[in-house]
Design a protein around this ligand. Structure first.
Ligand code: NAD
Length: 478
């Protein structure tokens, strides 16, 4: 049975009757078929969302209780959901399990959170002023393929906890684990229409979520170029937007750093999920005096990465998500190397004949990199890392900040003064000091988002919840 859309609490065919195949990046095999949603399906889902919110005015469902049940069900179904994610996305089963755990934790976290208004003392003592946080209404959520369930989970949990209805559009290539998880929301008793999933292409279904006057907010995660298009479309109605976009996150290693820990952070930060994380480490600035030791230790660890099918227990890095994605990374590496950089490791597809049908790319290290090269100037969304030597912290920070992006940044040093300087001067929404990224790439309890062209607004933490509310001031006269 092909996977169906989830609209108004029911699994339904697309109104156009169309379906398409979802394929496994490790071997090109068909994982399953899925309904292809269209504009009419998106409109129906939005209308049901608006109706469900009207019904909620009288039924007043305890959403927090339902979200708690959902998080328990997600944990019970971890293996099933994680397996489906590895088959459609490519990451290792261990990584998929981590993502499902993070999904359950996110739902649980927002179940326990309430937006907090306030009562304000105003100068006229005969009046009472109250600042309320109200739900925005119907939310359109557009999700990429790199962490399909985790990113969907943040939008769904915060929207529902804030009292909204939501329509999710997953990436075309990773709709299955999202749709499977809808069974759990249904089983937990979430009222019909509050949560809907419509598959389909970005320009068709995604743009309808942005343009439809009944969606009051759009929460988008994806490429910066797509985010700019969404911002332009949303401006016609001054629609509320949260944009979580690309990043080219620098990691600075000072000469006093714990070298093994810094190597570990670089390895984990760059190569998990085959380098396809918004918060992944994408550029490294290493103090010249320790660069040879850092590079040699890192090279040894990266050479030991076992590339293969994510379903195999000895695999430590799965394929890049698609042939198109692999081509983008190959082009960035090839042009950087032909521009004079040194290819230290990788830079090619694996030799193993068993992997030829998949979109695999070997973990890649490049040194002597020119700062204007593609690997540095663009976001590299795959397993390739440019390493640059610097003379001091000023040069490292200057290099780190010379990017259109400002999502994450990290520094390794034992010197508090250097750590403080970097924390204050790095232009990024998240700065890590001597720290690995959390299990899902960041931590649920704190806001996440980008400076500069890495985005608008914040997800996660109380800020994430409040981004799904409107602020209303009510003044009571005497
Ligand atoms: P993408 O922009 O190509 O697609 C993301 C989603 O947008 C998909 O569902 C796609 O179908 C949809 N879409 C495409 N065109 C659209 C349009 N015109 N209107 C509406 N929707 C449209 O991004 P991707 O390649 O799937 O994801 C990778 C990117 O996402 C990277 O740049 C990565 O850094 C970024 N990302 C950012 C964060 C963050 O939190 N900042 C998290 C994960 C990924």
């Amino acid at each position: 049975m092909p996977f169906k859309l989830f609209i108004n609490g029911e699994f339904t065919d697309s109104s156009g009757g169309e379906e398409y195949e979802v394929t496994n990046p490790a071997n090109g095999n068909v994982v399953d078929r899925v309904a292809r949603g269209n504009v009419e399906d998106a409109r129906a889902a939005i209308d049901f969302g608006a109706d469900a919110l009207k019904k909620e005015k009288s039924s007043k469902t305890n959403i927090a209780r339902i979200l708690n049940i959902v998080s328990g069900l997600i944990r019970d179904h971890e293996t099933e959901l994680a397996t489906l994610m590895t088959l459609e996305q490519g990451k290792t089963l261990v990584e998929s399990r981590g993502e499902i755990k993070f999904f359950a934790h996110t739902i649980e976290y927002y179940a326990g959170l309430k937006a907090r208004g306030s009562q304000v003392q105003i100068s006229d003592p005969t009046k009472l002023a109250v600042v309320e946080k109200e739900p925005v209404g119907v939310v359109g959520a557009i999700v990429p393929w790199n962490n399909p369930v985790l990113l969907m989970g943040a939008k769904v949990a915060a929207s529902l906890a804030a009292g909204n209805a939501i329509v999710v559009k997953p990436a075309s290539t990773t709709p299955l684990s999202t749709l499977k998880s809808m069974e759990l929301f249904k089983q937990a008793g979430l009222p019909s229409g509050l949560l809907n999933v419509v598959t389909g292409s970005g320009p068709v279904v995604g743009e309808e979520l942005v343009k439809n006057p009944k969606t009051r907010k759009v929460s988008f995660t994806g490429e910066t170029a797509t985010g700019k298009r969404i911002m332009a479309l949303a401006s016609a109605q001054l629609k509320r937007i949260t944009l979580e976009l690309g990043g080219s996150n620098p990691l600075i290693v000072c000469d006093d750093a714990d070298l093994d820990a810094a190597v570990n952070a670089t390895l984990n930060g760059r190569f998990r999920n085959a380098g396809q994380g918004c918060m992944c480490v994408k550029r490294t600035y290493v103090f010249e005096s320790i660069a040879p030791r850092f590079v040699s230790k890192l090279k040894e660890r990266v050479a030991a990465i076992k590339v293969g099918d994510g379903m195999k227990s000895d695999t430590t890095m799965g394929p890049v998500h698609s042939m198109i994605q692999r081509e983008k990374v190959e082009l960035q590496v090839n042009e950087t190397v032909s521009g004079g950089a040194t290819l230290l490791l990788g830079g090619r597809e694996p030799d193993d004949s068993e992997l030829k049908a998949g979109s695999f790319y070997m973990p890649t290290l490049v040194t002597d990199v020119d700062r204007t090269s593609k690997l540095v100037a663009e976001e590299c969304f795959g397993p390739a890392l440019p390493i640059m030597s610097v003379n001091d912290l000023d040069e490292a920070i200057e290099g780190a900040n010379s990017s259109i992006y400002g999502l994450g940044a990290s520094i390794w040093t034992k010197d508090l003064g250097r750590a403080k300087k970097a924390a204050f001067e790095l232009e990024a929404g998240t700065v890590l000091v001597n720290s690995l990224y959390g299990a899902g790439g960041w931590e649920i309890e704190v806001p996440m988002g980008g400076f500069k062209e890495s985005g608008v607004g914040r997800e996660y933490g109380i800020e994430g919840l409040e981004s799904y509310t409107e602020t209303k001031t009510v003044i009571f006269g005497s």
